[in-house]
Design a protein around this ligand. Structure first.
Ligand SMILES: [Zn+2]
Ligand SMILES: [Zn+2]
Ligand SMILES: [Zn+2]
Length: 134
């Protein structure tokens, strides 16, 4: 879905910076580190960029895929809303090239714990990605 439609679907005003962030994360399943977003979007004020990222997370358009060594990785959401992030995918980090991806599994991750209501689940897997594995 293109960035403008995504913003409109979430009842958000279409602004340059929102479009720029969504476009930078367009490559569906690949998460990008904050430093890279900052470099790509260097036209924008850093504070504005960070605040906009937080706002987009709150509105269910993007999510933090991983936080490691002080670096945060962000990725686009699929069917999330401003009420809830409803992910059931895992985050995969390649130990060789450092790529972080959102991986959707063929089987749903079903966890049931007696007496516990799970709203969201965060799982990080590490290994070698398809490209490095060739
Ligand atoms: Zn989400
Ligand atoms: Zn790799
Ligand atoms: Zn993800």
């Amino acid at each position: 879905m293109d960035a403008t439609t995504t913003l409109k679907n979430h009842n958000l005003r279409v602004t340059k910076i929102r479009l720029a962030i969504l476009d930078a994360l367009e490559n569906g399943h690949q998460a990008k580190p904050y430093a890279e977003l900052q470099a790509t979007l260097s036209d924008f004020n850093r504070t504005t960029l960070y605040r906009t990222l937080l706002a987009l997370i709150e509105k269910g358009l993007i999510h933090k895929a991983l936080e490691e060594n002080g670096e945060s990785y962000y990725a686009r959401c699929g069917g999330c809303t401003s009420y809830a992030h409803t992910h059931d995918h895992i985050h995969f980090k390649c130990n060789d090239c450092g790529t972080v991806e959102c991986l959707h599994l063929s089987n749903e991750l079903g966890f049931t714990l007696p007496g516990v209501a799970i709203d969201s689940l965060e799982i990080t897997a590490k290994g070698t990605c398809k490209i490095c594995n060739l």
